[in-house]
Design a protein around this ligand. Structure first.
Ligand SMILES: Cc1cc2nc3c(=O)[nH]c(=O)nc-3n(C[C@H](O)[C@H](O)[C@H](O)COP(=O)(O)OP(=O)(O)OC[C@H]3O[C@@H](n4cnc5c(N)ncnc54)[C@H](O)[C@@H]3O)c2cc1C
Ligand SMILES: Cc1cc2nc3c(=O)[nH]c(=O)nc-3n(C[C@H](O)[C@H](O)[C@H](O)COP(=O)(O)O)c2cc1C
Length: 599
């Protein structure tokens, strides 16, 4: 039922009225405003969309212009959307499709194909694009006949395999017969200007449309108050509670947060919250101490902006995370061979760099590898070498069905961490504190639509957060499928996150199975992947019965080890050889029954 049924005197037949009522009931306030703008746009253009004349509802073949996005944390997706808006404003009919949802037929049917892809892991595609990568590299790769394409790669030049995913797509599309319209872009962390230039070039590269499409977004008049909070429009969100959920002796603090969300945060289980951090004041002071004579309130120019030095260091630039441009400059100014060795581009150097950046920040580097006399930084130079501050993402650990307007998070505190430290400081200070946050949708990490399907959740450490949301949601909505959780940490006594909640859920049937791996409670280490191997027969049986499998948490070791354990299970239980076991896992991923959210 709609909350706002239509008044009686409307120029709609009963069927259209019922359809509109039904449609309106499904929309959030932001969705309703958008739809109002869309309909006004259609009316102004002279009538209802004639099939292909819609900008968002067209099929790829009808649309002609396909924007493909492969994204992990939303940047590529947002850029794809921005490109769509520019193309629609120029009168083109456009469809945006995520790599997880695209198929070969859609790709080859596109007259123009724009791809925006980020690189993850060590030169890997985003999780959602693993199936597409296999398709494009495999024997069944589609052949393009009459498609023009351009690729925008997003990456970070601190990684040894820079923008590898963009390079892969660009090479594959060309080899498979598509015609390159624009040179590939390999964009680094500060990509906004390059992206704007690429969007302009992309719009210019598409032949002018014969008939101008309706551009509903041009009529959008969503009031700021109901617009979903996003990366560029975060909201101040109140911190209601901050509760340490590991014992004092635990190796590091893990904190359960409860935030006051409300409008603009209509999240679903699987989504993340983006938090804009503030740098710790102690680290700001240590960095500023290396700028002789510079005061924190002194204005400094960086790029197109002038701000006080303290604001640049405290709110605008990364000083807790290290990146290659600053390290290279400091290596040069200090002449320190140790720092130069970390930057060596060999595979051994890459491993050294990874280990180094995990344990040091900008202040540490300035102190440990001092500049030579005469090579001191001035404020403008140092700021230019630093990167813009980026928001941090946190898996939402609650279901709105269970907690209403709140958002719960499970955060491991990192020493001098910009976001985790900032939240802890705010959360434990007097009440009334807020953080700037927005909702980052994760449409590829969703519970099965069929509530009778079983789910297997593998989430050691803070990786358990989204599974708290899953179990809450399935409990509240009366899902009949079974729920099986694998959780791991170092010690049972000190780090069993949400222990009482899981035990209660087992008792009342919201959780059917719980397997635990406490790595350091015995002589030999036991991890979740070991528990998976022990439970191989049941695991196989659940998966054969249609269960969906979810993995969340550490990307470096846990996720690959879990993958290997799953492959071994398929070999051992299903009698498959290694290649067939990999193909089975790829098929599970392609059918959205093997989903990962790893970081
Ligand atoms: C999709 C996604 C979901 C995530 N969900 C969660 C979640 O539910 N809970 C959660 O706690 N985190 C989660 N993270 C990680 C989170 O976004 C931050 O990276 C993390 O909290 C560190 O941010 P910070 O600003 O506190 O530290 P930073 O300021 O980024 O780092 C400070 C220093 O600590 C080091 N460091 C950074 N991260 C770690 C780490 N994890 N362990 C040890 N040292 C580190 C850095 O190298 C640096 O030297 C998620 C990440 C992604 C991409
Ligand atoms: C865990 C992780 C691994 C990454 N690995 C690479 C890499 O190997 N090469 C690269 O160029 N960029 C790498 N990046 C940088 C991302 O590609 C970059 O942040 C990009 O803007 C993310 O876009 P997205 O939000 O669409 O996923 C990595 C980022 C993260 C968080």
């Amino acid at each position: 039922m709609s909350q706002n049924p239509l008044p009686a005197a409307v120029p709609l037949d009963p069927e259209a009225r019922a359809a509109l009522d039904h449609f309106a009931a499904r929309l959030s306030p932001a969705g309703l405003w958008w739809a109002a703008g869309y309909l006004a746009g259609l009316a102004q253009a002279g009538g209802a969309p004639a099939g292909a004349a819609t900008a968002t509802g067209a099929t790829a073949a009808e649309a002609g212009v396909l924007v493909l996005t492969a994204s992990q944390t939303g940047n590529a997706r947002r850029l794809g959307e921005k490109l769509r808006e520019a193309l629609v404003a120029a009168g083109h009919i456009v469809k945006v499709v995520a790599a997880a949802d695209v198929n070969a037929k859609q790709l080859v049917a596109a007259r123009t194909l724009f791809a925006v892809a980020s690189t993850q892991g060590e030169g890997e595609p985003p999780d959602e694009a693993r199936g597409l990568w296999e398709l494009l590299a495999g024997r069944k790769a589609p052949k393009f006949a009459d498609t023009g394409f351009a690729v925008f790669g997003l990456g970070d030049s601190s990684y040894p395999l820079f923008c590898e995913a963009g390079k892969f797509l660009d090479e594959r599309f060309a080899t498979l017969g598509a015609q390159r319209l624009l040179d590939r872009i390999d964009a680094d962390v500060e990509y906004a200007d390059e992206a704007d230039a690429w969007i302009a070039a992309a719009v210019a590269a598409v032949p002018a449309p014969a008939v101008r499409a309706v551009a509903p977004t041009a009529f959008s008049f969503v009031p700021a108050a109901v617009r979903d909070a996003d990366k560029d429009h975060p909201r101040e969100v109140g911190i209601l509670a901050a509760q340490r959920i590991v014992a004092r002796q635990a190796d590091r603090a893990v904190v359960h947060y409860e935030l006051e969300a409300g409008e603009g945060f209509a999240y679903e289980p699987g989504d993340s919250l983006g938090v804009w951090p503030l740098n710790p004041t102690a680290v700001v002071a240590r960095v500023a101490a290396h700028l002789p004579g510079a005061a924190l309130d002194a204005p400094v120019v960086r790029g197109k902006h002038e701000r006080p030095l303290g604001e640049w260091l405290g709110e605008q630039l990364e000083i807790t995370r290290l990146a290659r441009p600053f390290l290279e400059a400091q290596a040069e100014r200090s002449g320190a061979p140790e720092l130069a060795a970390v930057l060596d581009k060999s595979p051994a150097g890459a491993a050294r760099l990874q280990a180094f950046v995990a344990t040091a920040n900008v202040a540490d580097v300035l102190e440990r590898f001092p500049v030579q006399t005469g090579r001191e930084w001035n404020a403008g130079e140092l700021l230019a070498a630093l990167r813009p501050l980026a928001p941090r993402l946190y898996s939402i650990a609650s279901s709105r069905a269970a907690v209403g307007e709140e958002v719960h998070l499970t955060i491991a505190s990192v020493d001098n961490g910009a976001a985790s430290g900032h939240l802890w400081q705010r959360g434990t200070a007097a009440s009334g504190n807020t953080v700037r946050a927005y909702l980052e949708r994760n449409t590829h990490f969703r519970l099965p639509a069929d509530a009778s399907q079983d789910v297997i959740m593998i989430g050691p450490g803070t990786g358990v957060a989204p599974f708290r949301a899953f179990v809450q949601e399935r409990g509240e909505t009366g899902a009949t499928g079974r729920n099986w959780l694998f959780f791991g940490a170092r010690h049972f006594d000190t780090e069993f996150l949400y222990q009482l909640e899981w035990q209660q859920a087992l008792k009342d049937g919201r959780l059917n199975r719980l397997d635990l791996a406490f790595s350091r409670d015995q002589a030999q280490k036991i991890y979740v992947q070991d528990r998976l191997r022990e439970q191989a027969a049941d695991l196989w049986s659940w998966l054969q019965g249609g269960a969906s499998l979810y993995v969340c948490g550490d990307a470096t070791r846990m996720a690959p080890d879990v993958h290997t354990a799953l492959r071994d299970t398929a070999q051992q239980q299903g009698g498959l050889d290694a290649e067939a076991a990999e193909a089975w896992l790829a098929e599970l991923a392609a059918t959205k029954r093997y989903l990962r959210d790893v970081y």
